[in-house]
Design a protein around this ligand. Sequence first.
Ligand code: PEP
Length: 254
Amino acid sequence: MRIPIVAGNWKMNTTIESAVGLVQEMKGELDKIPGIEKVLCPPFVSLSTVGNLIKGTSIELGAQNMYFEMEGAYTGEISPPMLKNLCQYIIIGHSERRIFFGETNEMVNKKLKAALKIGLIPILCVGENLKEKEAGKTEAVITNQVSAAMQEIASLQKTVIAYEPLWAIGSGKAASATQANTVLNLIRNIITKLYDEQTAQSIRLQYGGSVNSNNIGEFVEMPDIDGVLVGGASLKAAEFLSIVEQTSKIKQAK
Ligand code: PEP
């Protein structure tokens, strides 16, 4: 039995003040939604404040990125030990990191190792771009990204994997539920090959890319979709609450 998980990636949005407002707006209702993990991923500067606001609730906290070294002369970077007592989750390899900040598969692998070593739960993001999709390379790209990220990792522990096709992120053009489920099923098969059947059946997989309160139902009806990673819609309290509520209801009915 996989516990559904919905995470909100606020990206480089909100100030500390508006982050407080957003949490206050949804905290009470979000806390009450049963049978599902709810993770908020605000910018670094708001982690501590948001963490204090959700203390004692069922809501969890995640960071959007971190460096792989444990400490040292890396001006501007955030280390795994800095996050360890601040949050539970860490988004790794988001496509915006890969595109705008030059994150390679090798760096993603190092970050994944660092997260597991320090005891943070990774949400590993993978996805193909439009050109790759149109060239029929989705399977090859995903297989390569997942295998490269997991190089020399003996146990995935509680790692979550999010399939986020680049063409669907922030575009308003979500993948179809069938497309998303097909790729997530492929990822389960890759995990079986790299690890074993039990790991593949217990690992939680998310879809991400233009998810909103209107299309969430189709995704979480799918057998291989255990939840979603939400960008834009996670900045609107009512939208995010509706996404989490619908996911909870649909998954509980299964
Ligand atoms: C994301 O960037 O993780 C994402 C899914 O964004 P959006 O929901 O805005 O497409």
